[in-house]
Design a protein around this ligand. Sequence first.
Ligand code: GDP
Length: 296
Amino acid sequence: MAPNPLIEAFTNLVSRIRGLNYIDETTLKEVLREIQRVLLRADVSADVVSSITKTIEERFRQEKPPQGITSKEFLLYLLYQELVKALGGEETPNVNINKKPYRLMLIGVEGSGKTTTAAKLARFYIKRNLRVGLIETDTYRPGAYYQLKQLAEKINALFYGEEDSRDPIAILRHGLEYMQRNKVDLIIIDTAGRHRNEEELLREAKAIYEEAKPDEVMLVIDATIGRQAAAQTEAFMKYVPINSVFLTKMDSTAKAGGALTSVIRSGARIKFIGIGEDIDEIEVFNANKFVSRLLG
Ligand code: GDP
């Protein structure tokens, strides 16, 4: 991941802790305040920030550092553990495709990076030796059809779309038949991200969901909206069950902390993150790895 403001803030925090001679009452309070500032700047909500720092403080006072570990290393270890916990814990999401053909439906608002993400996912699974097909059901945004078609050609995925159609359900039906005829293992269904209004967008997503009967619905969210990501997730959840979340643009935002923690608190599972515009800039989300990178 390219250096971003979030990583810089954490790098400074870590060097500050490492630079301390010892941690007394005054420096502990200062460091905790600094952690709060960094997390708030990352757009993490105040109550989550306060719960993280309170736990670190309690544990630092109550637990004994393991033999040979200095108090500042112990503080960093507690920070690491509490951040991993706030980001959903140690477990890595399961990204295996356990059924063929597997139908994966993508939803999300325009500009979230949904079309790029459809291609990234296709490529991710093609690399795992699956036969992948992309269906474009967005009849609202004129460029969507060509954008996805071109990306599909670039990565050798099958593609189905109907350039002049105004009927997403018909496109979906034809697309599913086409993919089944071609013995595709994974069918990725892209949907519209904009409509006359939000209500219509959500209704269309619901209609496509009912017709596609997907094995998984993945919500694509732009991480630069920070903790607003929770409100967006909840709005979609009212119409369509969300099984997983793909957070895009994690490379270019200082608000990644807010996006991550707010989505996790809304009960959704983050599966992948997008870490650049390139088709290969996709990662399975792993809280351990993410926090290790933050803390260096
Ligand atoms: P859609 O309207 O949701 O289909 O969005 P697009 O796929 O057209 O993407 C919108 C913009 O976001 C494009 O400029 C993409 O290159 C960019 N984008 C998508 N994913 C990422 C990402 O992970 N990182 C960065 N930096 N840009 C991204």
